[in-house]
Design a protein around this ligand. Sequence first.
Ligand SMILES: NC(=O)c1ccc[n+]([C@@H]2O[C@H](COP(=O)([O-])OP(=O)(O)OC[C@H]3O[C@@H](n4cnc5c(N)ncnc54)[C@H](O)[C@@H]3O)[C@@H](O)[C@H]2O)c1
Length: 351
Amino acid sequence: MTQTAPSEKALVPFVSVDNMMRLIHRIGIEEMLRGLAEYIEADFKRWHLFDKTPRVASHSAEGVIELMPTSDGEVYGFKYVNGHPKNTADGLQTVTAFGLLADVASGYPVLLSEMTMLTAMRTAATSAVVARLLAPRASTVMAMIGNGAQSEFQTLAMKAICGLEEVRLFDIDAEATRKCAANLAGLGVTVTECSSAEEAILGAQIITTCTADKQYATILTDNMIGSGVHINAIGGDCPGKTELAPAILHRAEIFVEYPEQTRIEGEIQQLADDHPVTEIWQVLTGKAEGRRAEEQITLFDSVGFAIEDFSALRYVRDQLDRTGLYDALDMLADPDDPRDLFGMLQRSRPS
Ligand SMILES: NC(=O)c1ccc[n+]([C@@H]2O[C@H](COP(=O)([O-])OP(=O)(O)OC[C@H]3O[C@@H](n4cnc5c(N)ncnc54)[C@H](O)[C@@H]3O)[C@@H](O)[C@H]2O)c1
């Protein structure tokens, strides 16, 4: 039997870094952040349909490699992601990622995508979805502490989704702050470079911490946090890796993605296992209250959950036909007779 060309199902749409960047520019960064936010919100609202599990983490002295799977019963997805805080010193990213969607009915992959860019976009979109629910009314100023890879995305999502007008930057590395300020110039947000975290949080209603350090760090101390702010804590996302003084956690109303994972990885690893937290999906569906008073301190203890990646991949998949921004990857062996895998190999032998 001669081998015909791979069937359509054997060719998996692959979104490279290059095509992801084209896609973001084609749609527009802020428009895509809003689109991702819609998909994330829609999936959080159908929370009960999803398989949920804390991500599978492999820790080393330098960092962590994680797998993040989930399924809504029709589509399965996972992301591979690493976190290596010392990488930037070697000219490498702290976080890199790729991900896959598959058809549950056949088990065949239907999308393979870069997710380093997409993770920055989905993390920022998630932060903004949550800030829109929890931040004080008319929040227009954000402190951005940690001005690395995620920082511009965080700022633009808060602008596109929450109406942010000013960002106040601080990083222990002044070079990172200069980079972030230069990247944000002309994008419609007033940028103020600050020389301390204390200075950055002056007048801010939203405080985002997005630093990388593989140890318990104290980016915010208790005396720095007044009433009536929303803290968007992004960087504490591994056992032993946190950013906030425990006293802040005791004063704040804490909101999380998936408690089973956040208790292992988030700021709340510093608290008792039964410390009360509210799940974001409950607020989004009206099952739980968000901010109850202007003077309250709300904290989004963000670690990044598999459903956010699933939503982001679902969004990207929905753009493929319209944009054509993908390659067809010859990824699945596809013999004409499904049981004749060996025959396919034999027929491919060079003569
Ligand atoms: N919650 C999520 O969903 C999610 C998603 C992506 C990344 N992250 C986490 O966010 C963090 C930042 O990621 P990134 O890709 O921007 O990393 P990055 O290495 O590019 O940037 C981190 C920045 O933090 C700065 N920093 C370190 N210690 C600091 C301190 N004490 N005060 C002020 N600045 C300090 C560094 O100088 C660096 O510029 C990482 O810890 C990463 O694991 C979380």
